[in-house]
Structures are given as structure tokens and as C-alpha cells.
Design a protein around this ligand. Structure first.
Ligand SMILES: [Zn+2]
Length: 283
């Protein structure tokens, strides 16, 4: 499932083919994905120019000159493919239409953007730009982890007295937006905090120390995504998936990467999701 850095990589990859560009024709090939598409979506997108592309949590937001904003959610398996335009060193010819090509944007400059989603957990919606923050998917979100609103004082205050495991607290989108399972596992490993520790029982100094680690882990992954836009892995025109080394995620049974730690990565299930951690150095 794409997390914040993957979504940010998709946004960056779409930027040259969308920002400032006309959607000459939008093609919508089914009535819904996870939820029904908005009324007359193809008509409302056709002829609009994209003013800018931004990201909120794991949503890509395209602000249009029609004063509407298009929300794109990749879901579990949504893929964005660009053809007819150079991505990094590669120029991708238009592929033949494929199964699961649910939405296609034919851009004014000849590029084609295809949203393909085999499992259909993705979504698109349209809303007045002025009301985007109040959209039901976004209104309850906490601050962006890379913004100034997410800071030491804020996080210490939000976690004070909480009886939930620190892992669940960091996954709570009302506390901080866009953090997912993979990067929370990585952050807690770097912080040396056990994922099952009660958030309210961890010292304020250690909670404060999570803030720069969250930023660092996300920024490193975003940088890896940025370099993937320039290299061979994007040779098919697909955006957003890149090779990235994790210290604990999906490494059950492997040795801990921390210098001098003899631990072996373990896995527990919390709220139905796997937590990977090192019992040797995470307390
Ligand atoms: Zn360790």
C-alpha cells in the first residue's frame, strides 16, 4: 500500500505533465472505484487547466481553474502511468488500453495519464477548492508530519496520558496525517521504542525525539522516490514505487541493523497489522 513518500513521489512525477496543463479530455470508464465517482466527472474535468498539484496526507489534490479540486487516492493498488511524455530519461509510448484503466486524462500537450487500479480501493472526488479542507476525507486529519504544526510541543501534548500503544497513536490520522505502518515501524526502531509501549508512559523527552525522526525517515524515503523518477525502475512510465531499504519492516528473523545490537527482528500483530521491531534495542 502506498504511504506518504510513495504518494509524494507520484505527485512529483505527475507535476510536469499536469501543472499548468489543460485536461483536453477526461475518460471515465466506470461509475465508481471504492466510492462512486462524482456526478459528471468527465465533463467537469474536460477543458479544465490544472493550476497546481499538492498533497494532503496520502491524497493528491489537483486544483483546477474551474475552482474545483480533484482528489486522487491511490488506495491499495492504484497506479499512475504516464505515456507520451518523458519520465526521467525515458519516453513512454502510449500503451494499448488495459483492463483496470479506470480513468484516463488526455492532456493538451499530448501526454496521457492513466489511473489503473485492479483492486479498486482507490478513489477520486471533486469539490470546490475553497472547501477542500472540509472534505470528509480530510477534515479530521492532524497536521502534516513535514509541516511546522507537527512539532515537539504538539506531539508531547497530544500523547500525554494516552493509554494506547505508541504504534497505534502514531498511526492515528487525527494526531498526525499520512503516517502508515511501514514508516511508523522504522521510526520506532530508530527511536529505540517498543511498539507496544503505552504512549502516555513514555517520557516527554523521548516523545519529543520522535518528531525529528519522523521527518528524517519520511524525507529519506521521499529522496529515494525522487531518484527513482530519474532511473531505470520507472522504465514503464509507472510512478511511485521504488526500492527502499528498511531496517525492520518485513525483516522478521533478520539481524538488527543497529551497531552493536545482537537482536533479531521480531513481528507482533497490533490492531490487525504487523509490527516489526527489535526486542534487543527497542524498549
Ligand atoms: Zn536492535
Amino acid at each position: 500500500m502506498p504511504e506518504l513518500p510513495e504518494v509524494e513521489t507520484v505527485r512529483a512525477g505527475l507535476s510536469p505533465v499536469m501543472e499548468g496543463q489543460l485536461i483536453q479530455r477526461a475518460e471515465v470508464n466506470r461509475p465508481d472505484l471504492r466510492w462512486p465517482f462524482p456526478d459528471r466527472m468527465a465533463d467537469r474535468l474536460t477543458g479544465a487547466t490544472v493550476r497546481g498539484l499538492r498533497r494532503r496526507s496520502k491524497y493528491i489534490l489537483a486544483d483546477l481553474d474551474s475552482d474545483e479540486t480533484l482528489l486522487i487516492h491511490l488506495g491499495m493498488s492504484g497506479r499512475m502511468l504516464i505515456s507520451g511524455h518523458t519520465v526521467g530519461k525515458f519516453h513512454h509510448p502510449h500503451p494499448a488500453p488495459a483492463k483496470h484503466d479506470h480513468v484516463v486524462f488526455h492532456m493538451g500537450q499530448g501526454a496521457r495519464i492513466t489511473f489503473n487500479d485492479a483492486r479498486r480501493f482507490g478513489a477520486m472526488d471533486l469539490m470546490p477548492t475553497a472547501e477542500a479542507d472540509a472534505h470528509w476525507l480530510m477534515r479530521d486529519l492532524g497536521p502534516e508530519p513535514l509541516s511546522n504544526q507537527f512539532n515537539e510541543t504538539y506531539l508531547v501534548g497530544r500523547l500525554k496520558g494516552r493509554n494506547t500503544p505508541i504504534k497505534s497513536a502514531l498511526l492515528d490520522q487525527r494526531i498526525v496525517a499520512g503516517l502508515g505502518n511501514i514508516y511508523v515501524c522504522e521510526v520506532l526502531h530508530r527511536a529505540g521504542i517498543h511498539p507496544a509501549r503505552k504512549a502516555g508512559r513514555i517520557s516527554a523527552a523521548r516523545i519529543a525525539g520522535l518528531v525529528p525522526l519522523v521527518r528524517k525517515v519520511l524525507q529519506e524515503a521521499i529522496a529515494a522516490g525522487g531518484s527513482s523518477l530519474r532511473d531505470y525502475r520507472q522504465a514503464d512510465g509507472e510512478l511511485g514505487y521504488f526500492q527502499h531499504g528498511f531496517a525492520v519492516y518485513d525483516r522478521e528473523g533478520a539481524p538488527c541493523t543497529r551497531d552493536g545490537c545482537p537482536g533479531v527482528i521480531d513481528r507482533i500483530v497490533q490492531s490487525g497489522r504487523s509490527s516489526f521491531f527489535c526486542p534487543g534495542c527497542q524498549r
